[in-house]
Write a protein that binds this ligand. Structure first.
Ligand SMILES: [Zn+2]
Length: 169
């Protein structure tokens, strides 16, 4: 398993001087460190978690946003037990997304398995930017995501102002 801290540190649960300096300078967050240690421990018992290449972990309210290496998310999605075991290990809802991704891809990752029909950028009269995502169909009780939470995640991780619209009202 790859994490934002050295694998030695993640196994031992302490930071080496190099990683400690990165934490103090803000290159690493406390969440990066905590999640790396917890998941590395869990990876000893889970071959699925062991395959993870974590680049960053962000906590938004009680939820965890795990940012993985570009291209590594699609193969992980085939196993739908992975997300559940990550949630058990971390004790909160887990959202998966990739590093260095586009706005559209990130929206697709956060809304997964729901399909995203359209992503548009809207410029408001005051010059600020609004990203509008359109979800096919209408919102039913079975819709799996809290769209408020997705909006908050994007605001905190990307400073994106998101508006979610369903095709049918
Ligand atoms: Zn280290």
């Amino acid at each position: 398993m790859k994490t934002p801290i050295c694998s030695f540190d993640a196994r031992m649960g302490v930071l080496c001087p190099k990683c400690d300096a990165r934490l103090r300078s803000g290159q690493l967050s406390k969440t990066d460190v905590d999640v790396s240690i917890k998941l590395t421990k869990a990876a000893e018992k889970s071959s699925e978690i062991a395959k993870l290449s974590l680049t960053k972990a962000v906590q938004v309210d009680g939820d965890y946003v795990l940012v993985v290496e570009p291209g590594s998310l699609a193969p992980m999605r085939r196993d739908n037990t992975l997300q559940k075991s990550l949630q058990t290990v971390l004790g909160g809802k887990v959202w998966l997304t990739e590093a260095d991704t586009t706005e559209k891809r990130e929206l697709e990752d956060l809304f997964f398995p729901i399909r995203v029909a359209n992503v548009n950028t809207v410029w408001l009269p005051d010059g600020s930017k609004l990203t509008k995502v359109v979800i096919p169909g209408k919102k039913t009780d079975r819709f799996p995501h809290d769209t408020e939470m997705i909006t908050r995640i994007l605001k905190e991780t990307r400073e994106m102002e998101l508006m979610v619209e369903f095709e049918k009202q």
